[in-house]
Design a protein around this ligand. Structure first.
Ligand code: COA
Length: 260
């Protein structure tokens, strides 16, 4: 299996599993990752997903052996293929539960794109990042909507154009990573984030994720309207009511006490 999916209570651990090619993604891995992401709904048992890579690195991006064969494909076939990859990034980006990326070794090309569609990225202090595509004569194209949203135009102009490798601390500076740890700390930091997410109200977390997307993409007036409706909906929701009352009554909310 190119992708391992391991449920662990409310957590789902998703592991890229092509270590011999540094978890480079080909058609099969793209299809499996897309199918998994599209299978998650708001009512899924999984409340947090952790994305990691088996072996030495997180992900070496698109499989260059597979991509180089595309020269024999027609333009339409190339478009269909790029569309499949775009669908994978879109599905991961729109996942209704939080996605934590556990990045060790390297996140290059599409691997950096995978980091960009994670809500939270925990990186090993010696992890290398890069948008290497221009070094190979190609482009960080289908990852660009997500990478740009994370790192902004200024860093993208430097890093997309040079293809230069950058450190985990630089990734953190530009918003591509959120926390850095050594090999021992990495899983502990991931576990702390998982705990923070699981102790928050599940519907509120999903609503916050959707709100971030909508408010940052809608025109200002519509974004304001969307924000007004979002808080109004939460205030009257069962979960929101319980959460606010639980605080005032000094008791655990239902999503923590298991009464929901
Ligand atoms: N696609 C296909 N195969 C890849 C690959 C990719 N993106 N990245 C690595 N591999 C393969 C190598 O060809 C090698 O195959 P081999 O054992 O048959 O020679 C194997 O994986 C191991 O790679 P190697 O470079 O020896 O491993 P490493 O641990 O020394 O370095 C990386 C790991 C990720 C730093 C390095 O492989 C690399 O820079 N890969 C290219 C990443 C890239 O630019 N991706 C952008 C794609 S758009």
């Amino acid at each position: 299996m190119s992708l391992l999916i391991q449920p662990d209570g409310p957590i789902v651990r998703v592991t890229l599993n092509r270590p011999d090619v540094r978890n480079a993604f080909n058609e099969e891995l793209i299809a499996q990752l897309t199918a998994w992401a599209e299978s998650i709904t708001a009512s899924s048992k999984a409340r947090v997903a952790v994305l990691a890579g088996a072996g030495k690195v997180f992900c070496a991006g698109a499989d260059l052996t597979w991509m180089s064969k595309m020269v024999a494909y027609t333009r339409d076939e190339n478009v269909a293929d790029a569309r499949a990859m775009a669908r994978m990034f879109q599905a991961l980006d729109a996942l209704p539960i939080p996605l934590i990326g556990r990045v060790h070794g390297a996140a290059l090309g599409g691997g950096a794109g995978l980091a960009a569609v994670c809500d939270i990225v925990v990186a090993a202090e010696d992890a290398a990042f890069a948008f290497t595509e221009v070094k190979l004569g190609i482009l960080p194209a289908v990852i660009s909507p997500y990478a740009l949203a994370k790192i902004g135009r200024s860093a993208a102009r430097e890093l997309f154009l040079t293809g230069a490798r950058f450190s985990a601390s630089r990734a953190k500076e530009i918003g591509l990573a959120h926390a850095i740890g050594d090999a021992v700390e990495l899983d502990r930091i991931v576990a702390k984030y998982v705990n923070d997410l699981l102790t928050s109200a599940p519907e509120a977390v999903a609503a916050a994720k959707a709100l971030i997307h909508d408010v940052s993409t809608l025109p200002r007036a519509e974004a304001v309207e969307r924000s007004i409706n979002a808080i109004a909906d939460r205030r009257v929701s069962r979960e929101g009511q319980d959460g606010m009352r639980a605080f005032l009554e000094k008791r655990a909310p239902a999503w923590l006490s298991g009464d929901s």
